[in-house]
Every structure is written in C-alpha cells, then in structure tokens.
Design a protein around this ligand. Sequence first.
Ligand SMILES: [Zn+2]
Ligand SMILES: [Zn+2]
Length: 438
Amino acid sequence: MEKDKKEDEKVAIVETIDKQTLYNEIKNNKIANEQSEKFVRAIFENYFLDNDNINFLQKNGYNFFSFFDDELCFCLSEKKYEDCCKLKLINIVDKTYKTYEEILHKPEEYEKYLLSTFESFKNTFLKLAKLEKCNYPNCSEYANENRLYEINFDKKNLLSTNRLNPFDNIFKMGEDFFKKVSNENFKFYGLCNNHFNELRLITINSKTSDQEIIKIHIIALLYKTFIGKVQLECLKEEFRKYFNSISDEDYKALFVFRIKKLSSLVKSLLENLKIYKTNFLENKDLKIIKLELETNKNMKLFDLMYPQVCPEDFSLVNSINNIFVPERVATINIANTDEISLTTIVYNKKDERLEKFFNQYLKILENKEKFIEAFVSNCALILSDNILFDKSFYDKLENENKLLYSALNKFRFENPNMGQEYLKMKFFAGFNKGNNFF
Ligand SMILES: [Zn+2]
Ligand SMILES: [Zn+2]
C-alpha cells in the first residue's frame, strides 16, 4: 500500500519535471525525437491550444496555416493538394476582395460580404442538391428536398440561432441571437421522397425500437453533412478564385486555418455517416441512450451534439482549435408526447472518448449528483446548435438570460478564440442549477 503510494507520487513528479524540461528544451529547439512525440501526444490532450502549443505542433509537421504539396487536398477530392486545388489557383489579383478575417476588422463591409456569400451558398446548395443520391442503403434514386424538422414554422412561433446563410456567423457578445424560424430554414438534400417519408413516419416514444431510433437519428446527420459539404464547396471556390488576391500573410494563414477546420469537420461527418449507414438495418456499433422526463413545451431539438470535456477526469473529447483532432459527434433528439419528453442520444460506442464522456455523465446522473433535466438542457443549449425555443417561453425570460443563452449556444462554434474557459465553467455551473428548460 505504502509502496504503491510512493510509486504514484514518483510518477506524478517525474511527469511534472519531464514536461517542464521539455518546455525549456522546445524553446531552445533541443529536443529528441522520442521526447517530442511524447510532447505532441500531451498537447493533443489540450482542449484549447495556445500559441506555444501551435508553434510546437507546426515545428513537428502539423501544418495549421498553409498547405503542403503532398497533403491530401482540403476539398476531400482524395488527390494531393499540388494535383488539385493548387493547380486551380487563379493568378489574377482582385483588389476589392476581402476574406472573412479581414471583414472581422472592417464591420462596415459585412453587409456586402453577406450578400456575396449567400449568393454563393444558394448556388452551391442547388448544384450539390442535383448531385446528391439518396443515402438509404441500396437506394439508387436521387435525393429530394428534405427538412430537418417536420414543423410548419409559419404557423408555429419558434426561435433558433440557425441562419439561412451559414457564413453569417459574426456573433457579438451582448446580443440576442434567437430569431423566428421560417420554413426556409433547415432544408437539405439527403433522401429520396419515399425513404424520407418512411423515416418521417417513425415517431419516437417509449415503445420505439432501437433500430427505428437510429433511422430517425440519421436525418440530423444527413442535414449537417449536406450543409457542411455545401460550405466546403463554397470555400473551395473562394480559395481557388481569390487566394492570390490576399496580400496580407496573416489573413492568408487564417483563411487556410478556417478551411482546414471546416474540411476536418466535414470529413468527420462523412465518416460518422458511413457508420450510421452500416448500422442502419442491423445495429452493432451504435449505442443508444434514453432519458425520460416530464413533457416539455418549451423547446425542441433534433441535432448533432459535440461533447467537449469529460466531467470527471476532464479529459478531452473535442478540441476547440486543434484541427488535427477528429471531430467527435453524437446525434440527439428530444421528442415530446402528451405525457413524456424522451431524449435519445446515439453515438459510436467504438469511439473510446465518446464512450468515456457518456459513461461518466450517466454515472453522475445515476448517483443523482446532478439532475437529468439540467444535463439534457445543457446538451441542447451548449453542446448542440439548433435548439428551438417556443417563443412564449423565451419571451418570458429576463434579458440577461436571453443574452447568456445566446452566448452559450454560439460561441463555441463561431468564436473559439473567445471565452472558452468561461464557457466550460458555465457548462458545469449550469449543470447544477440553471439552464433547466423542463
Ligand atoms: Zn482540392
Ligand atoms: Zn431512397
């Protein structure tokens, strides 16, 4: 016993010393390969990378801000960058062009930026819509227009932070982002009419089978994947056409970082989609969590959720700015019947980090250390991004709460460089008392 304790202490001390020594050696650039690998692994456990971390990773071959000729092209063509988008770069300088990063410093240009990105988004949406095949196993039809939520938004007053133009993503602290949803929101192409209707007829209640739950959940994944592909295609076009028009090296670097981030997200979504499709008819790999609560008219949710940090050991699930950590997602649905509100969460149980995250939370809920209501509310508001609030519920909130909910819902995705720590703290604080929509 005594010996074990000593051993533990020794390990802890050795680890501290090692890291400190490594830090110093990195600064002096005197580091053995084996040590640097160890350090890379340690950095990969960070939720947020600071400048030192990024510099170190850059030195060790993780290219955040430019493209190597021989890396796979960001556009997911599976060709090397030098044989793909690099070849298509246009060599004409357009002095009127400004990147998103530049717009952040010139807010007066934002309206113009919105018009051009929305135009590009709409056209690309239609272009990819024509190419999208039905994702139902063994169907060879083309996909039709589908909608994430089966709600007539013109008749129901629901609010969301979802915007028709996904490039409209400057969210300012102290503003209310929740706006009325219209029937134009949440459209995508993913399934043919027959199969979309088949899945739509399934309702989630306590009797729904696991296989049927997976069938419903794939819709949210299809929605996010389609929108992600459209966004990536837009950025690809913008890159090819205008990259050589950017004169400022910093804006170039940030533009590349933004492209790489989106590319890594879409790649993860496509991989997840593959897993959901493999388990669509017979489930082996997906785990389903069901949480039953009193029925709830205040909010709805059908979305992906992005777990961030495990609640017990604080180990990382997703990193906020390490684009080389694959994005881990689960799907979440909150269905309300007259009697109950049933939250279902589906995720790939072979993913050790997701498994750890959910197991730790389920244990906490089981021990009644925290309330299921707060867990579900936080997942919907903070770890997802398409929560719908009933207007009559939202209108009754104090202004301070509206602003807080806006910040909690958006900042993780759009402004990862601000307030991560604040967000994490709020997540855990909200878990105990506030943020309860039931
Ligand atoms: Zn390419
Ligand atoms: Zn089909």
